[in-house]
Design a protein around this ligand. Structure first.
Ligand SMILES: *Cc1c(COP(=O)(O)O)cnc(C)c1O
Length: 374
């Protein structure tokens, strides 16, 4: 056991699942079917049932899920897709790689998610889709976003990479729009032993299109109806994910308990005047992928904690409109003030289902010492 307080401990989960995961891997090696096939189909079925959605199309990563979703809607050069500038890079790069232009709309300060009014103000004649992100696992304001999208006849592609298990109005995040995109990156709430992702949809025609797009656009072996990606999930990932899926509900419940414990500890320590705590929408349930606070002297706080052996993370230190790779969009600092402020103030604290209470006490104590002494 390492000393200090890690931001994440994947060993803790593996220890309890060792046998199930090894048995799953053994099954794949015994069958020698490594790409798509029965394991992947079984996973797709299990996930469709879990999420209460008719179609799940597994693919090679969350990034590819976003790319496939855009391809399935025929979005490309000349088109615009509205999204948030405060997300992981893949949200915007998927749009840019399609040839379309990412059009950013600022976030709501409290939720870190797309502000529906800002989003509506950017809808124009070239807008072809809306791509909200459920950042940190907190569902975006989907009621307003969907109403606006419907009024403008625009499809909604949800980036639910961080939000498996979150709900909004009683429905799972990633099943609220036209297409939902998820990631099985190892650190996500449901993580594989490598890269993986999926697209969800309730639309049979889009599902069929996505199945061929993930396999070079093939309609039968070696006959290609259109250009697609090589983005198939492999059977080893599917087998590992099948072993983990039955635990997802309880892992998310544990994350929720740890998040509530942090908030209680911050409250009890009288720190709410110094630190802004994450909340939950009235009509939604947070998946608590991350517990992210805001504080004004974030970088100093992070160093102070690191000196005590406490790891934290900053998701994300640079908003997307200021990324060097997207400089061609011509944005400047100051254009999306809430996203820019968030990128200066956010601090993700250690959070995972097995997080020891002792670590939570240490984290809150250290932040208390920082705001009072340092
Ligand atoms: C992880 C993530 C992705 C990309 O998923 P990969 O599986 O790493 O490709 C996209 N969007 C968001 C918000 C993410 O957190």
């Amino acid at each position: 056991m390492s000393r200090g307080v890690p931001v994440l401990n994947l060993q803790a989960q593996y220890t309890g699942l060792r046998e199930a995961i090894h048995a799953a891997a053994e099954r794949v090696f015994a069958r020698q079917e490594f790409i798509l096939g029965e394991e992947v189909e079984a996973l797709e079925e299990a996930l469709a049932k879990w999420l209460k959605i008719s179609h799940v199309i597994a693919c090679a990563s969350g990034t590819d899920a976003l790319r496939l979703a855009l391809m399935a809607l025929d979005i490309g050069p000349g088109d615009e897709v509205i999204t948030t500038p405060f997300s992981f890079f893949a949200t915007a790069s998927a749009i840019a790689l399609s040839g379309a232009r990412p059009v950013f709309a600022d976030i709501e300060a409290a939720s870190f998610n797309l502000n529906p009014a800002e989003m509506e103000a950017r809808i124009g004649p070239r807008t072809r889709a809306i791509m909200p992100v459920h950042l940190y696992g907190r569902p975006a304001s989907m009621g307003a976003i969907r109403a606006i999208a419907e009024r403008h006849h625009l499809p909604v592609i949800e980036d639910a990479a961080q939000a498996i298990g979150a709900t909004y109005g009683g429905q799972y995040a990633g099943t609220l729009g036209t297409l939902g995109c998820f990631s099985f990156y190892p650190t996500k709430n449901l993580g594989g032993a490598g890269d993986g992702g999926m697209v969800t949809t309730g639309d049979s025609a889009l599902a069929a299109r996505l199945r061929r797009l993930r396999a070079h656009g093939a309609i039968q072996p070696y006959i290609h109806a259109e250009l697609g990606l090589n983005s198939r999930l492999d059977a080893l990932q599917a087998a590992v994910l099948r072993a983990k899926l039955p635990h997802l509900q309880s892992w998310n419940a544990d994350r929720r308990d740890k998040a509530a414990a942090y908030s209680e500890l911050f409250l009890a320590a009288g720190l709410t005047g110094h630190v802004a705590l994450p909340g939950e929408p009235a009509d939604g349930v947070h998946a608590w992928h991350q517990y992210v606070i805001r504080l004004p002297r974030r970088d100093a706080a992070r160093q102070f904690l690191a000196a005590r052996g406490i790891q934290t993370q900053v998701y994300y230190p640079m908003p997307l409109h200021l990324q060097p790779a997207l400089a061609y969009l011509g944005h400047q600092a100051g254009e999306f003030p809430e996203s820019e402020r968030a990128s200066r103030e956010v601090l993700a604290l250690p959070l995972y289902p097995e997080l020891p209470r002792e670590h939570q006490l240490q984290v809150v104590q250290a932040i208390s010492d920082f705001v009072r002494v340092a």
